[in-house]
Design a protein around this ligand. Structure first.
Ligand code: SAM
Ligand code: SF4
Length: 463
C-alpha cells in the first residue's frame, strides 16, 4: 500500500506554501497544456479559495476536457442484477444486516426484460452492477448476464458495451471476466483512508483493504486493460480522498503505462438502513465537489470522469462544465426496477441508494444539447481495439477527439432517428447540423458521410 502515503497526503494538504495565489496561478497556467499535474500541484489547486482564480480553474478544466474529448458527453445506464450481498458496508442499503430490504436476483428472463427496456429508451451502454455474493453473484451468473444483455436486439437497437462494477476478483476470475467481452471493469476503493475503511467495512470479504486496493493491478495482469477507479465522497476528508484517488491513478499509469480509463466521483446519498449514509461523517458540499472534479480533470486530463444520477439535475449541469465526460441517465438502483417501476413502486424497497436526478434519458439528452454538449452513444473504442495503452496514446495526445466527435455525432443521429421525442428531435437536428458545420476538412467530410449512412437506415456507424 506504499503508493497511498497518508502522512505525505496530509502534509501536502496542510502545507501553507500550497495556499500561495502566485503558485496556484503558475500551476493553473501549466495545466492548460493538458499534460497533467503532480500530486503536490494538485494539492495546491485543491487549496484555491480566491474566487477569480477558482473561475479560471473551472474554465481551464472545461478547455482541457474539450481539448481531449471535444464537447461530447457519453451516456449510459446502470443495470442492477442482484442486491444480495455478504458485506456490511455502513453506507449501503444492500448491506447484509439490512434485514428489511427486499432481496432479489434477476433471472435470465428478467435481465432480458431490463435490457429490452433500456434498449427501448435508446441506451447503447450498460453498467452491470451487483452485490458481492459467492452463490448469487458468482462468475457464471455474471457471464450469463453479460451475454444476455449483448444478445438483446430490438428493431436493430442493442447494447454495444457492457461495463461491470463488481467486487474485486482473483487474476483467474478476471481472466474469465475478460472472456465475457466486457468494456471497462470498475471498482471503487470507497475510502483510501485505512482506519476509515476498516470502520466502514467491519466484516465480510470487503473488509480487506489491500485486496480491493490492488484489484486493478490484478485486472490489468489478467489482460483487462480498461479499468475504472473511484472514491465514495463523504466518508473522509475530501481533499485527502481526492489526492489518494490521484495517487492511485498515477501509480497505475506509472507501473502499467495504462492509467484509469475512468474515474468516478460518487457522493454519499441517503440509503435505507445504512447508518453512514444518513449522516455522512465528512459530507462534501457542492462547491468543494465542483472544485475536486476540476482538479481531477486537470491532474489526469486523459481519464473519463463519470458523474451519476446521484446528483441533482441543476448541479449536474454545473459540473458538466468542469470536466465531466460520461454521465448516467434515466437510472434505477434496484434489480428489476426498469420494468418494475412501470407497474408499481416496489423498487424503493430494493434500491441501493436514493437518486438526485429522476429525468428520463430523452429529457437529459435534450437538456445536454441545449447546454451545448453533444450526447454520445459511442461504443467504438473497445470494438476498434483502442483499449489500454492504445487508448491512452490517443487520449494523452488529445487525438482521441478526432474519433470521439464524429462518432458522437453519428450515434446521436441514430438515437435521434430512432428514439427522440418530437421536442428533442427538433433540438437535436439543429444541434447536429450546427456542430457538423463547425468541423473542418477530412473530419467534417467523414462526419457528414457517417450521418448520411445513418439517415439511410444503417445502424452502428463508427470508426
Ligand atoms: N458490491 C460491489 C462493490 O461494493 O464494489 C459493486 C457494486 S456497489 C453496488 C457500487 C458502488 O455504489 C459502491 O462501490 C459504492 O461506491 C456506491 N454506493 C454504495 N452506497 C452508496 C450510497 N449510499 N450513496 C452513493 N453511492 C453508494
Ligand atoms: Fe455490498 Fe457493494 Fe453495497 Fe457494500 S457497497 S453492501 S459490497 S453492494
Amino acid at each position: 500500500m506504499e503508493f497511498i502515503d497518508e502522512l505525505k497526503i496530509f502534509s501536502l494538504i496542510e502545507d501553507k506554501n500550497h495556499c500561495s495565489v502566485e503558485l496556484q496561478r503558475e500551476i493553473l497556467y501549466k495545466s492548460k497544456e493538458a499534460k497533467g499535474l503532480t500530486l503536490q500541484e494538485s494539492a495546491a489547486l485543491l487549496n484555491i479559495t480566491d474566487t477569480v482564480l477558482l473561475e479560471e480553474m473551472y474554465n481551464t478544466a472545461k478547455d482541457v476536457k474539450e481539448k481531449i474529448y471535444g464537447n461530447r458527453l457519453v451516456l449510459f445506464a446502470p443495470l442492477y442484477v442482484t442486491n444480495l450481498c455478504v458485506n456490511n458496508c455502513m453506507y449501503c442499503a444492500f448491506r447484509r444486516d439490512n434485514k428489511e430490504l427486499t432481496r432479489k436476483s434477476l433471472t435470465v428472463d428478467e435481465v432480458r426484460n431490463e435490457t429490452e427496456y433500456l434498449v427501448g429508451q435508446g441506451h447503447k451502454r450498460v453498467l452491470l452492477v451487483c452485490g458481492e455474493h459467492p452463490q448469487k453473484a458468482k462468475m457464471s451468473f455474471i457471464g450469463e448476464c453479460v451475454s444476455t444483455i449483448y444478445n438483446v436486439n430490438v428493431n436493430g437497437g442493442n447494447i454495444r458495451r457492457v461495463n461491470v462494477n463488481t467486487a474485486p476478483m482473483s487474476v483467474e476470475n478476471f481472466k474469465t471476466l475478460k472472456t465475457f467481452g466486457i468494456g471497462t471493469y470498475q471498482c471503487f476503493q470507497e475510502t483510501y483512508h485505512y482506519n476509515t475503511y476498516r470502520q466502514m467495512h467491519p466484516d465480510g470479504p470487503k473488509s480487506d483493504y489491500a485486496w480491493r486496493l490492488y484489484a486493478m493491478d490484478r485486472a490489468l495482469e489478467a489482460g483487462i486493460d480498461d479499468v475504472g477507479i473511484g472514491a465514495l465522497f463523504g466518508l473522509t476528508d475530501w481533499k485527502f480522498e481526492t489526492l489518494a484517488l490521484l495517487s492511485h491513478a498515477f501509480n497505475l499509469d506509472h507501473r502499467f503505462g495504462i492509467g484509469p480509463h475512468t474515474m468516478s466521483v460518487p457522493r454519499l446519498e441517503p440509503a435505507f438502513n445504512a447508518p453512514a449514509a444518513h449522516k455522512p461523517p465528512f459530507a462534501v458540499n457542492d462547491s468543494d465537489f465542483k472544485k475536486l472534479i476540476a482538479v481531477i480533470r486537470l491532474a489526469v486530463p486523459y481519464t473519463g470522469i463519470i458523474l451519476s444520477t446521484r446528483e441533482r439535475a441543476e448541479l449536474r449541469r454545473e459540473l458538466f462544465a468542469v470536466g465531466v465526460s460520461q454521465i448516467s441517465a434515466g437510472s434505477r438502483t434496484s434489480p428489476g426496477a426498469y420494468k418494475e417501476s412501470q407497474e408499481s413502486l416496489r423498487e424503493h424497497e430494493m434500491e441501493q441508494f436514493q437518486l438526485g436526478d429522476h429525468r428520463t434519458l430523452d429529457e437529459v439528452v435534450k437538456d445536454v444539447c441545449e447546454l451545448g454538449y453533444m450526447p454520445s452513444f459511442c461504443t467504438a473504442c473497445y470494438r476498434s481495439d483502442r483499449t489500454g495503452d492504445r487508448f491512452m496514446e490517443f487520449a494523452k495526445s488529445g487525438t482521441i477527439n478526432l474519433m470521439c466527435v464524429p462518432n458522437a455525432i453519428s450515434t446521436f443521429q441514430e438515437y435521434t432517428n430512432d428514439f427522440a421525442s418530437e421536442a428533442t428531435k427538433e433540438t437535436a437536428e439543429a444541434f447536429i447540423k450546427s456542430e457538423t458545420e463547425k468541423l473542418k476538412g477530412a473530419t467534417k467530410l467523414k462526419t457528414e458521410k457517417m450521418v448520411k449512412r445513418v439517415n439511410n437506415g444503417e445502424k452502428d456507424v463508427f470508426f
